[in-house]
Design a protein around this ligand. Structure first.
Ligand SMILES: [Zn+2]
Length: 299
């Protein structure tokens, strides 16, 4: 899959339903998840698990108001995949990683056993950094480790917004399709509106298949046309890491003089890996000496 940005861009639609009684976020994230698979050499099960997490994070990111704000989703279920982490911003950029990307437990029938890989004894934590003094932190216990249900529980109990969440990744040798649908009831929604969305829940569950055949516009028609959809906005989403050598330099400086001195004297240099994009940056002794001078307050 070529990485030329424009053609391979995924998208997210914000939709009003039933005259504003509910809202939906419909996501096509195929290329984003494929890029994560390539960067992290994810197993099929890890692709599904991290892909669902990245897709959910893209929705949370697009819910943020400010350009510099970010949301971090941590899933720590105690399973063999270890920690899953995804970070998103409201410009549609998303990045993440899985602690043990090679883990691939046996399938359960036809299905990848995401719940077993993630684990079911742990927490989903959502941290929103909105440049306030303290970040917002919401946390729920995992329901099933299948991730969709876990995010539904997060929205419903932690944000007090009753929500349906469907997340899906179809993965063969590469990612064939990935997507998500989040439907949220708005305050004052009528019982009839709630009922009609609940009755539709079954059709939403195969979201990756729908995205594969119909893409965003087709999925909108297939899944939501009976709920008076009105598209409010569309935006692109993509896997993107915002790390840079300059940022790593600042982080090294912030370690302080003692740590930098040790790196120079004992390791004769440093290698710093970015967990999100696997870029390795090397620093020579001379470069570390220059950073040490800055740490001491010189230039
Ligand atoms: Zn990076």
């Amino acid at each position: 899959m070529a990485d030329n940005g424009i053609i391979n861009m995924d998208g997210l639609m914000r939709i009003s339903l039933l005259g504003g009684q509910a809202r939906a976020f419909l996501v096509e994230s195929t290329h984003m998840v494929e890029k994560a698979r390539q960067i992290h050499h994810l197993s099929r099960t890890a692709t599904a698990a991290l892909g669902r997490t990245l897709t959910a994070a893209s929705v949370l990111g697009c819910m943020l108001k400010g350009a510099d704000e970010s949301v971090t989703c941590r899933i720590d279920g105690g399973g063999p995949l270890g920690l899953l982490l995804a970070v998103a911003k409201n410009d549609g950029s998303v990045k993440g990683f899985a602690a043990h990307p090679e883990v691939d437990p046996p399938r359960r029938g036809e299905k990848l056993d995401v719940g077993a890989a993630v684990g079911r004894n742990g927490l989903l934590t959502v941290i929103k950094d909105m440049h306030m003094r303290d970040p917002y932190v919401g946390q729920v216990e995992l329901m099933s480790g299948e991730i969709g249900e876990d995010f539904a529980m997060y929205f419903t109990s932690s944000e007090q917004t009753p929500s349906l969440v469907s997340l899906g990744v179809l993965v063969g040798d590469t990612v064939e399709a990935a997507g998500g649908l989040v439907i949220q009831m708005m305050p004052g929604a009528s019982d009839v509106a709630i009922k009609s969305i609940e009755l539709s829940a079954g059709m939403f569950m195969d979201i990756s298949k729908t995205i594969q055949t119909d893409h965003l516009d087709g999925a909108l028609f297939q899944l939501l046309s009976h709920l008076e959809p009105e598209v409010l906005s569309r935006q692109t989403i993509q896997y993107k890491c915002d790390c840079s050598r300059e940022r790593v330099e600042r982080a090294l400086i912030s370690l302080g003089e003692k740590e930098l001195r040790e790196m120079i004297d004992e390791q004769h240099g440093a290698e710093v890996d970015c967990h999100f994009c696997n870029t390795r940056r090397r620093f020579t002794e001379a470069e570390l000496e220059a950073l040490l001078r800055q740490a001491k307050g010189g230039v």
